[in-house]
Design a protein around this ligand. Structure first.
Ligand code: B3K
Ligand code: ZN
Length: 892
């Protein structure tokens, strides 16, 4: 088999970094935009970097037809340069160079959605990470920053709107049915932040006054017919601008800031300077088409891209190994933004819990698999494969640990120093760490290991209590499993926020030998820096219950033995809302693991009353925010439960979890019904925190109620579906109906509702994505049903959102069906990866990752998975993207 596998593409190493041989000062570009053949003329002024070991003038290019290449006014002969793959080298170039390059590109044929491409007849660009080289030959690397002036020319009728980075300095007619617009970006930027958009678009715009009094123009551009869906994005943008001024003293540096929505986009959005380009999913919203989750997603992505203007654009990355420098930091900023907007303590905790859930479910899993990599990777084959949860979410946790260690003011000082030192530069993760260390006077040398070592550390907590001396000892030990390429790990610098609870659940005043200056505090940040450390607490009147890793103060797994009673006490009382939720999850996980084993052993399943009563108490506790109750009542996902096992049995996990849902409903039916009634949100839809919280709890109640099938709950769901005034309620009801295990009549009624939903929303692509996704994750949907849905006229693999809605959702979100015993799920997966590889390698590589953890399954499934992996590996013309993912999986 291995003979058929194409040669592995080359690996790029961080240690091989060499500064560019030439710097670029200015870039002037002229585009003659045509969907079939776009002509690009580029003039680049460059000067030699005498400090570099690289003596050649190096340019990158891909999928380009080179028409002209002139250096200092002279046409370069074919023997004056070499081209090897994407790399052009001009040897013996003088110290001062003006290059003039003409290229021809084919936007309509570009299905990779990287570079310049067409979307519904409009032009869109995506240049991060290495898309600019698909537009022209250029030193396409982030440490080459230059000033750009761009002239866009196109047919005026077909492309009435012409947008570029920065400021519009000139526009007019060309007399031949074409027109032009000239854009100038006053800031130096790397090529990955270049963007242009041209086509038929309309905008919502507003003049907005900054804190300094300066007025700026804000625009949200969409396709015609969508202007009724831009208000929330505009509000989110204004909130982002204000937040960055208030929290970090960072002002918008341009006179104009634009957001453009496109339905063909590989990722969520892109922070191009002054011209952010977004997936429609993160722009378009009104109560008819968007759910509360969509509203929250828009707010955070609009914030994220806007915050990049300082963390990413003004200060950028030296090389792509430093990606987390901008991504981890910007995720931290967007998480804080969303939390600050809600404002309340519970609201902040709810946001924190949601973020940690993603981290644990997706990043911990990545860190335990064949694609595990440090926050600052040492190598990659294809950089697009490294826009990962490790770079983003773990990277954000690393930034959050500085925040925890340095405090609110200390962190702000560090940020100020970072900008004072590095504005306008392309820097490294180490520069950020140095700013945090130097501004605070703290030694953060050991903290560097969070950037260099991959894998999720485990912290084990052991305690002893001596009643005689009233002394309590807490021993924390850390370890980290081996990951690909890293067998030995050194201890991390881990902040462990903690408190001790007395028998009533109240916080005890802490007297810890190592933190005498903080005597009397009820919350301490212990700093674990060694393999094992013991912390001694004195004056402890009775054996306490420890609350450790409060607010999830470090991205680690915490091993600690609690009794059910202790967890019950924490769930009911901990002053740290995160750990209250955590205690509930521990209670649930313990049972779900035991029940999964019982399913495997063919034993009778039973749910104990302690757990039921603990959840009942939370559910009926009206002093608790509904969104918090919703989180406590939500069971750990099947993927989370799977992490508890060395060998995963997806069907047994599914059966166990469904059993717990049904058993809970059986006992808490009345309470779920009253929670449903008490949390209705009549009247006009608003996406405010309180209404969203109510809808979340109400719809969770509905989903539980429909687990215990009877006539009245089916009617409840049907009525909610028929009468819903907003998409949140409508979709929740449709999901309840679709997952209802009832009579044939009920199944038919559910099918009718699905049909009606399609008919009512067939013009709304984002809603049809939901329609596919809801079916993809339904537990009745097997491989055959997915294949049937793939035949639906609305399905296509050519659009990333649509492809993801059905196929990704099934492979990643419906484990008990995807892992069918006959391997049919994997066969489907292989076909899809191979097909997508031809259309869009980045999207294909994402789907390819669904089989990362194949070694965690029983041998008979592993055999099927290996065949599927090998089938993909043997495919002709496999992209670097897919080859890297599959190669690493097979090497596991
Ligand atoms: N920086 C972009 C991601 C670009 C992905 C390229 N494959 C979006 C973001 O993180 O804001
Ligand atoms: Zn980002």
């Amino acid at each position: 088999m291995s003979n058929d596998i194409a040669a592995t593409p080359p690996t790029i190493f961080r240690k091989d970094y060499v500064a560019p041989g030439f710097w670029v000062d200015t870039v002037e570009m002229g585009f003659d935009l045509d969907l079939h053949e776009t002509h690009v003329a580029t003039r680049i002024t460059m000067r030699r970097n005498h400090d570099s070991a690289e003596k050649d003038l190096v340019l990158f290019g891909a999928s380009l037809k080179l028409l002209q290449l002139r250096m200092n006014g002279v046409n370069l002969k074919k023997n004056a340069y070499t081209i090897d793959g994407e790399v052009m080298r001009i040897a013996n170039a003088p110290d001062e160079v003006t290059l003039e390059i003409e290229t021809l590109i084919k936007p309509l044929k570009n299905t990779s959605l990287s570079g310049l491409y067409a979307s519904n007849g409009n032009f869109i660009t995506q240049c991060e990470a290495e898309g600019f080289r698909k537009i022209t030959w250029f030193p396409d690397r982030p440490d080459v920053m230059a000033k750009y002036t761009v002239m866009l020319r196109a047919n005026k009728k077909k492309f009435p709107i012409l947008l570029g980075n920065g400021n519009l300095i000139e526009e007019g007619d060309l007399g031949d049915g074409r027109h032009f617009a000239k854009w100038e970006d006053p800031f130096k930027k790397p090529s990955y932040l270049f963007a242009l958009v041209a086509g038929k678009l309309v905008c919502q715009e507003e003049n907005y006054t900054l804190k300094s009094g300066r007025s700026v123009l804000l625009q949200v551009w969409v396709e015609d017919g969508n202007l009724d869906k831009t208000q929330h994005a505009m509000d989110s943008l204004k909130n982002s601008i204000r937040w960055d001024e208030e929290r970090f003293g960072l002002e918008l540096d341009l006179d104009r800031f634009m957001i453009v929505a496109t339905s063909d986009f590989n990722m969520g959005a892109m922070e191009n300077k002054g011209l952010n380009i977004f997936n429609t999913k993160y722009v378009l919203a009104n109560s008819r088409i968007a759910t509360d989750v969509d509203y929250a997603g828009i707010e955070s992505v609009v914030g994220h891209e806007y915050f990049h203007n300082w963390t990413g654009n003004r200060v950028t990355c030296r090389d792509w190994f430093q990606l987390s420098l901008k991504e981890g930091l910007t995720v931290f900023r967007d998480q804080e933004f969303s939390a600050d907007l809600v404002g309340t303590t519970t609201g902040r905790a709810v946001k924190r819990i949601e973020d940690v859930r993603v981290l644990r479910q997706v990043q911990f899993s990545e860190d335990a698999g064949p694609m595990a990599h440090p926050v600052r990777p040492d190598s990659f084959v294809e950089i697009n494969n490294f826009y990962t949860v490790t770079i983003y979410e773990k990277g954000s946790e690393v930034v959050r640990m500085y925040y925890t260690l340095l405090g609110h003011e200390g962190f702000r000082k560090g940020m100020d120093l970072y900008f004072a030192r590095h504005d306008g530069q392309a820097v490294e993760c180490d520069d950020f760490r140095a700013a945090m260390a130097d501004s605070s006077g703290r030694d953060l040398t050991q903290f560097e290991r969070w950037y260099s070592q991959s894998g999720t550390p485990r912290v084990k907590a052991e305690t002893t209590y001596d009643a005689e001396t009233q002394t309590y000892q807490l021993t924390l030990s850390q370890s980290c499993p081996a990951t690909p390429g890293q067998d030995e790990k050194l201890p991390f610098h881990i902040p462990v926020a903690m408190g001790l609870l007395d028998a009533e659940g109240k916080d005890i005043a802490l007297h810890c030998d190592a933190y005498s200056a903080l005597a009397g505090a009820t919350n301490l940040i212990l700093e674990l820096t060694e393999a094992s450390q013991t912390f001694t607490f004195t004056g402890v009147a009775a054996k306490p219950v420890p609350s450790l890793l409060r607010n999830f103060s470090a991205p680690v797994l915490l091993d600690i033995e609690y009794s059910d009673e202790e967890l019950g006490l924490l769930l009911a009382n901990d002053s740290d809302p995160f750990n209250r939720w955590e205690a509930g999850q521990r209670l649930a996980t313990r049972r779900l693991v035991k029940l999964t084993k019982a399913v495997q052993a063919g034993e009778t399943l039973e749910l104990d009353s302690m757990f039921i009563e603990a959840l009942r108490a939370t559910l009926v506790n009206e002093s608790l925010d509904p969104s918090f109750r919703e989180l406590v009542l939500t069971l750990p996902s099947e993927a989370m439960i799977a992490e508890e096992f060395d060998v995963v049995d997806p069907q047994a996990i599914h059966t166990a979890r469904q059993f717990v849902r049904t058993a809970l409903t059986q006992h808490l039916r009345a309470e779920f019904l009253s929670a449903y009634e008490a949390n209705l949100t009549p009247g006009q839809y608003t996406p405010d925190a309180i209404s969203m919280a109510k809808r979340a709890l109400k719809n969770l109640a509905l989903s539980y109620l429909s687990a215990w099938s009877d006539e009245s709950t089916f009617e409840l769901a049907q009525t909610q579906f028929d009468e819903a005034e907003n998409m949140t309620d409508r979709l929740a009801a449709l999901s309840a109906l679709t997952n209802f295990h009832g009579t044939e009549t009920q199944a038919n009624a559910a099918a009718q509702s699905l049909k009606k939903f399609y008919k009512d929303f067939k013009k709304e692509a984002l809603v049809i994505d939901k329609w596919f996704m809801l079916q993809a994750v339904a537990d009745t949907t097997d491989v055959a049903k997915v294949r049937e849905l793939m035949e639906h006229k609305a399905f296509t693999l050519g659009n990333p959102n649509r492809a993801r809605s059905l196929t990704f959702s099934f492979c990643n979100g419906n484990p008990s069906r995807f892992h069918a015993a006959d391997g049919s799920g994997y066969a489907l997966w292989a076909e899809l990866v191979i097909e997508l590889n031809k259309i869009n390698p980045q999207v294909a590589a994402r789907l390819a990752r669904s089989l990362d953890r194949w070694k965690k399954y029983p041998l008979h499934l592993q055999e099927h998975m290996k065949l599927a992996l090998e089938k993909v590996a043997a495919t002709k013309k496999l992209s670097k993207d897919v080859a890297e993912v599959i190669g690493k999986a097979l090497a596991a």
